[in-house]
Ligand binder design. Structure first.
Ligand code: GTP
Ligand code: SPV
Ligand code: MN
Length: 602
């Protein structure tokens, strides 16, 4: 009972249905009527709850199982024949072991349930760079989320035509027991099996599973990059727009930067949102790097989002949005930490009456909104451009309480790859496990790179070295802390001041008087960042831009050890750059000692 003429797709759906035994099969067309029907069912069976239709029209609340609230990285596997191809940063399972251990969990898993076939397109409708995926799922919640996050339904089947070139994603909620939860990726056959979770990146297979893990291996083979990056256009007062891609680890500020609204003191600038989480980057025939956002919606972190920090996000999520694991007020408005004083009579993310005296948050720290990109007031006119946008600057950044300056620029592409590979960041609630622990996260891709990290770094060097106009590469840190653990930099909209310096550097080349050369890269001169109207003292600014030679010497030493652990596939060119930077730091340390010995009488 297929409704497709595509034989490969029809055969696959039949095979899965025979094994999983659903009561019904529903082919998603992506229409409004279908969405309304699914919502109606979910309201009836409790999967969704209604929200205040006056304040939040078309919005619903979903509470996931309390043991299923974030990505589970330790249950995520790359399945290649040889472990070396998965590499030391990923969990590996052989395809044979997956067949024996994971596949049987799908047997009869859909009994009593509906099997939804969700065809989806990643990327703009007529883009040559877009790709088709199909997710089979027994979760209606997943189906309606996929409708927001991707171009779903007929549009994807039309694009697919008779081709068998699509990523097969099989998802079942299973019994939601973490003991029987697996997220397996088969790069060779472009398949994904996910069972035992209904949450976010574990279950919306278009996102991390396809657009990053599978796509990164396709990108390696085809000569492009699939990255955990936002894409934005910064328009200056003269009307020129410069496009930037930025990689920050999960819950480290991509959505917020992508939707930035400049503060009043920065009138005349405007940020256009192209993407907030994933970028597919390709070398263009003009020697530049071009980016598309494969997604069609935002699955964004709710806590911290408010009218001051991210007014564009607040406008985006005012209607037609699914909220997952947020709290709800007495009058059924979604609520989370960051929206001010908790109102009386609230229900927490688990569905219990909220008791603020317990000191726990009302919304889960990884509670999220799923909202259509088209609803973002700052959505870029290039959002659906089939060619995407040309990238002039790439930014890396993470949560670092100390050491890493507010911003610095790499000397060149190869050094930029080193800077990206050195990214480390305090862990967040986006994945299960301890938060606030500093961990290495090369290019913000540690949980998302679908192959050997050494090969990945080699691929980055190759792609950049093939460009005649490679983007300039920068590193930022919005999260430096002072003695009271307070953030030294105001962040959010004020980050525009840093973006302006980045764009100036990227567009003007290196011959400008706005930077000093330090051993780790170019750092803004004392007055290069516009701090007018900002409540940040010049002493704090100095601290934010300081390059601590001893601290960096240690950092690079530790990173050398890490590279060693990544194994023999790490490109030697990277070790060469690392040695050069370490030499520069030694020189600086030496000069400092020499200067000190002159100044200190013996
Ligand atoms: P994923 O969707 O998990 O990939 O995360 P993301 O990188 O898009 O993170 P997001 O922008 O949603 O931000 C996560 C958290 O960081 C939110 O609670 C924000 O309020 C907070 N945040 C974002 N930008 C800044 C900033 O500039 N300064 C500070 N201090 N916090 C920020
Ligand atoms: C992330 O964790 O980086 C996310 C959310 O963007 S999830 O879709 O759950 O992976
Ligand atoms: Mn993400």
């Amino acid at each position: 009972m297929t409704t497709t003429r595509n034989r490969a797709l029809g055969a696959w759906v039949e095979e899965i249905a025979r094994f999983t035994k659903p009561d019904r099969i529903h082919w998603c067309d992506g229409s409004d009527t279908e969405s309304e029907m699914l919502v109606k069912h979910m309201l009836a069976d409790g999967t969704l709850e209604s929200l205040n239709a006056d304040t939040h029209p078309g919005c619903y609340l979903h509470r996931s199982h309390p043991s299923d609230v974030a990505r589970t990285e330790h249950l995520t596997f790359i399945c290649t024949e040889k472990q070396a191809d998965t590499g030391p940063t990923n969990n590996w399972m052989s395809p044979a072991e997956a067949r024996g251990k994971v596949w049987p969990l799908f047997e009869n898993a859909m009994e009593g349930r509906t099997l939804y076939v969700v065809p989806y397109l990643m990327g703009p409708e007529s883009s040559p760079f877009s790709k088709v995926g199909v997710e089979i799922t027994d979760s209606a919640y997943v189906a309606v989320n996929m409708r927001i996050m991707t171009r779903m339904g007929k549009i994807a089947l039309d694009r697919l035509g008779d081709s068998s070139d699509f990523v097969k994603g099989l998802h079942s909620l299973g019994d939601l027991d973490p003991q029987r939860r697996f997220i397996c990726h088969f790069p060779q056959s472009k398949e994904i099996w996910s069972i035992g979770s209904g949450y976010g990146g574990n279950a919306l297979l278009s996102k991390k599973c396809f657009a990053l893990r599978i796509a990164s291996t396709q990108a390696r083979d085809e000569g492009w990059l699939a990255e955990h990056m936002l894409i934005l256009g910064l328009e200056d007062p003269q009307g020129r727009t410069t496009y930037i891609a930025a990689a920050f680890p999960s819950a480290c500020g991509k959505t917020n930067l992508a939707m930035l609204i400049p503060p009043l003191s920065q009138a005349g600038y405007k940020v256009w949102t192209v993407g907030d989480d994933i970028a597919w980057l390709r070398p263009g025939s003009d020697g530049r790097l071009w980016a598309i956002n494969p997604e069609n919606g935002f699955f964004g972190v709710a806590p911290g989002t408010n009218k001051e920090t991210n007014p564009n996000a607040m406008a985006t999520i005012g209607k037609n949005t699914i909220f997952t694991n947020v709290a709800v007020t007495k009058d059924r408005q979604p609520w989370w930490e960051g929206l001010g004083k908790p109102p009386e009579g609230m229900t927490d993310w688990r569905g219990n009456p909220y008791d603020p005296s317990k000191g726990e948050p009302a919304a889960h720290p990884n509670s999220r909104f799923t909202a259509p990109a088209a609803q973002c007031p700052g959505i870029s006119p290039k959002f659906s451009d089939p060619q995407g946008v040309p990238i002039s600057a790439i930014i890396f950044g993470g949560r670092r309480a100390s050491l890493v300056p507010l911003v610095y620029q790499a000397f060149d592409w190869n050094h930029g790859v080193l800077v990206g590979s050195m990214l480390s960041s305090e862990t967040t609630a986006a994945a299960t496990g301890k938060t606030g622990v500093l961990r290495r996260d090369p290019m913000a891709m540690l949980p998302f790179c679908g192959y050997n990290m050494g090969d990945y770094l080699t691929h980055w060097l190759k792609v950049g070295n093939g460009l005649t106009h490679p983007p300039a590469i920068f590193n930022v840190n919005w999260f430096r802390r002072g003695p009271q653990r307070e953030f030294l930099w105001p962040g959010y909209g004020e980050n525009l001041r840093v973006l302006r310096w980045i764009v100036e550097r990227a567009n003007g080349g290196a011959n400008k008087n706005n930077a000093v050369e330090t051993p780790i890269g170019f750092v803004p001169t004392a007055d290069a960042i516009d701090t007018r109207g900002l409540d940040v003292s010049s002493a704090t600014m100095q601290e934010l831009l300081r390059v601590d030679t001893a601290g960096w010497t240690q950092e690079l030493h530790d990173f050398g050890d890490y590279l060693h652990k990544l194994g023999d596939r790490v490109p030697s060119a990277l070790a060469v750059v690392l040695a050069r930077i370490r030499l520069g730091l030694d020189g600086a340390a030496h000069r400092k000692t020499a200067k000190a010995s002159v100044a200190t009488p013996v």
